[in-house]
Design a protein around this ligand. Structure first.
Ligand SMILES: NC(=O)c1ccc[n+]([C@@H]2O[C@H](COP(=O)([O-])OP(=O)(O)OC[C@H]3O[C@@H](n4cnc5c(N)ncnc54)[C@H](OP(=O)(O)O)[C@@H]3O)[C@@H](O)[C@H]2O)c1
Length: 288
């Protein structure tokens, strides 16, 4: 049995789907706080659990031999301990590429601490370090849906944004095929894509113009700090343009090497998620 945490999220939902198709839905357990609302594929065992409430985890972990873990949502030390206690043999952890490229930043330090917990746990591990997700474009859905210009800092600095389904595919391979234990994988998309190019891709699938307004760091910081706090807002701005470095800009071939297929483009993600940018869905998409 494989336990998937974050099973309703960008990566987890794709992973549950892909695992069900490959190893059979009956070997997949999906954890969510409200599993009744999740709509997992038929046959997947949906289980209620809250990563911020470790007491809810032993039942979810019972009989699991492997776990896909998204972290920093609760007491990671207790979560990792509960997994070991339950007999989990292999943990595939989502960290971040910034653990490699910007280890001095707060969120990267936190990811490095969870990596260390998992590595020291006695369980086998695989660490996934993805770059910026293509799905972060959902943050623009409210403005796009309302027909307003999108206000973006660093509009012409492009990172090799990754389609979350590619992170899921790498996780699926690591969870089900030999040779991936003890590996740390830096994961990117197949090409660098600037915010301006991302909005052009969204405009192309919507069949209408999506105007962009470049804003300075101070304005962007005010907007981000309101819900992330000062330090995290600064970290986001550093890694999206203010302090990017060669490691963050470089396209990696890991997705293709591990999965045997090319990484998906931002344009593919935009095509698959066009509905999120249409007016009826814009409010919901912004809230995600
Ligand atoms: N976005 C990026 O650019 C980026 C880059 C590098 C790394 N990352 C990492 O990627 C991960 C996010 O992955 P994602 O985009 O797939 O997630 P997501 O779409 O943001 O979804 C979050 C998931 O976490 C679950 N969740 C939230 N709080 C929970 C709790 N207390 N207990 C149990 N489950 C909880 C949610 O499930 P329910 O609400 O249904 O319970 C949902 O499935 C994070 O660890 C982040 O640090 C993101």
């Amino acid at each position: 049995m494989i336990l998937v945490t974050g099973a309703t999220g960008n990566i987890g939902s794709a992973l549950v789907e892909e695992l069900s198709g490959r190893i059979g839905a009956g070997a997949v357990r999906a954890l969510a706080r409200n599993p009744g609302r999740a709509g997992f594929p038929e046959g997947v065992e949906a289980v209620a659990g809250d990563l911020a409430d470790p007491a809810s985890l032993p039942a979810a972990l019972r009989g699991a031999r492997a776990m896909f873990l998204i972290s920093r949502l609760g007491a990671d030390e207790e979560i990792v301990g509960a997994a070991r206690q339950a007999g989990v043999e292999h943990v595939v952890l989502v960290s971040s590429l910034t653990a490699e490229t910007h280890p001095h930043l707060g969120p990267a330090r936190e990811n490095l601490a969870v990596e260390r917990l998992v590595k020291d746990s006695g369980m086998a591990w695989t660490i996934l370090r993805p770059t910026q997700f293509a799905s972060n474009a959902r943050w623009w859905a409210g403005e796009i849906g309302a027909g307003r210009p999108v206000r973006v800092p660093y509009p012409d600095i492009g990172l090799p944004a990754i389609h979350p389904a590619d992170i899921a595919s790498v996780a699926r391979v690591a969870l089900t095929e030999p040779g991936h234990r003890g590996q740390t994988y830096a994961l990117t998309g197949p090409e660098r894509v600037t915010p301006r190019q991302q909005l052009e891709a969204v405009a192309a699938v919507l069949g209408r113009e999506v105007p962009l307004v470049g804003i300075d760091r101070a304005e962007a910081h005010r907007g981000l700090a309101a819900f992330l706090g000062d330090e995290a807002a600064d970290a986001v701005l550093d890694v999206t343009g203010g302090d990017v470095n060669e490691g963050l800009l470089r396209v990696r071939d890991t997705v293709a090497r591990v999965t045997g297929r090319p990484a998906r483009t931002f344009g593919q993600w935009a095509e698959e998620h066009a509905a999120a940018f249409r007016p009826a869905n814009a409010a919901t998409a912004t809230a995600r």
